[in-house]
Each structure stands twice: as C-alpha cells, then as structure tokens.
Design a protein around this ligand. Sequence first.
Ligand code: OGA
Ligand code: MN
Length: 281
Amino acid sequence: MNITPLSPVLGANVDGVDLATITVAEFETIYQAWLDHGVLRIRGQSLDDTQLERFSARFGPLEKIPVKLPEEKLRKMFDSLYVTPLSNIRKNGKPIGGLGNSEAKWHSDMTYEPTPPPASVLLSIEVPDEGGDTQFACQQAALASLPTELREQAERIEIKHDAAHTSIGQLRVGFEEVDSPRESPGAVHPAILRHPETGREGLYLGRREWAYVMGMEVDESEALLDELWRYAAIPENVWTQKWTVGDVLIWDNRRVLHRRDAFPDHLRRLMKRCQVLAREG
Ligand code: OGA
Ligand code: MN
C-alpha cells in the first residue's frame, strides 16, 4: 500500500489496496493514515452496497439511512440499510438520493447531535463532467491561523449547531423554521475541539447558518461567528477532490469541514455514503 499526501495540511491518496478484500493489517494502516491526514482518497474501487457497508463498519457502528419509512419498505428500496444514496437523478419523478445538484456549504456532518459521527465514507458511482467537486478544510490549521485575541475568545465560547436544516439549506422533515438563531434546535459544543484520538485541537464550527454563540445577543453572536468563519477555510488549508468513478473518500468530521460545488442538473451524479457513528462509552 502507498500513502501519498495530497496537500501540505490535509489529505492523502492511498493506492495498492482493494477495499472489498482488505485485511486486518491493511485496515490498521488505513485507520492510522486517516487519523494522520484527516481525509483519505482511494481510487479505482468497485464496491456494491454490501461491500461498502462492510468496509465502513470497520470504523464503527453505522447510521441507518435517514429516511423515515418502515424498515420493511426501506429493505425493498435499498440494498443496504446503512448505505445512503446522494444524487440528483430522478426515477419516476422522485429523487433517488439526497442533496440534489445544489451547493452544499461548508459543514461538518451531524454536529447538531450531541455525539456526531467521527467518520464519513463516500463512494462515487456516477460523476458529472462539470462541477460537483468536494472540498475539505483542516480545522486544526484554521485554529492555528487565528489571531491571538480571537483564539482567546474562541476558547471561552460554546456554539449551538442547528439541527433544523440540511447542508443544502433545506428544512428537515419534522422541524419548523424559527425567527432567530437563538431559538434554533441543536447540540451545543465548545468552539474548540480536542480530537479524542490524536489530542490535536481544532476549530469546531459545524456550519454557519443558524449557528449561535451561547449567552450572547444575536448581533454579537453573528459578528463573532462571521469573524471565526473568515479563518475556517482559507485557501492554503483547503484541498479539493475532483471525482472520478470509483473513488472512495473517508474524512474525519472532528478535524475537517467539507463543502460541495453545485453542478448542472442535466448531468448525473450518484454517490453512496456511510456515516460512522461514535462508539458508546
Ligand atoms: C456528505 C456530503 C458531499 C458530496 O456526504 O456528507 O456533504 O460531495 N457530500 O456529495
Ligand atoms: Mn456532509
């Protein structure tokens, strides 16, 4: 197996491994590389849903497809209950997956939960010729770039992470719009996260929209969040993935933010995603 950094601050390319038949020793190397680099890319993989589920489950327990339907129905619709399609493709007028073709703004997955998923695994099945790139920003580097005074402020605050909207800004099923970020529902986390496995500290912002700094007036909270977000994705801390078919990306939500470019809706994009949940205890 060869592990080659993709940028000075984050990301590594892995080759010489078939994720469908990976050994325990190979997985250990991959796991360590993932902790070291924050994002791994493994090209040329051909995995069905069951194989993707099995590989992803080595990282930890997986989230069930976030579609609120009886399990029996889900079993008929999907090959694996733990592999979520993301796509703009429609079948009989209905989207076959989430997120459509719009931009997904900078975010970390599900930080509106008290214990967010450490890892996300994404496999490309169909990719558009134009648009749909996915970018990653290292939040440990972002923290290191803060001016002293702002860093000191960040050390003292907790941020509420909005649960009501998706990463393309749509209201989630079961939520209502609120008037002010102060009222938005979601988990509260310190603005600086000490990575539980590497011990390194990074900014922990979740997403900009509807975020709220606990205890502040909304104006003050908005101004401080804007200031912190100026440092969240400065170009030297960002790496861009241009997809080819059969790429597997694994990222560490505790260390990186990600976003996705929009792409023309007449072009097809189909990805399969597993969300790795934190282990209990
Ligand atoms: C995700 C996500 C971006 C993409 O899977 O959490 O944000 O490139 N996907 O589809
Ligand atoms: Mn995401």
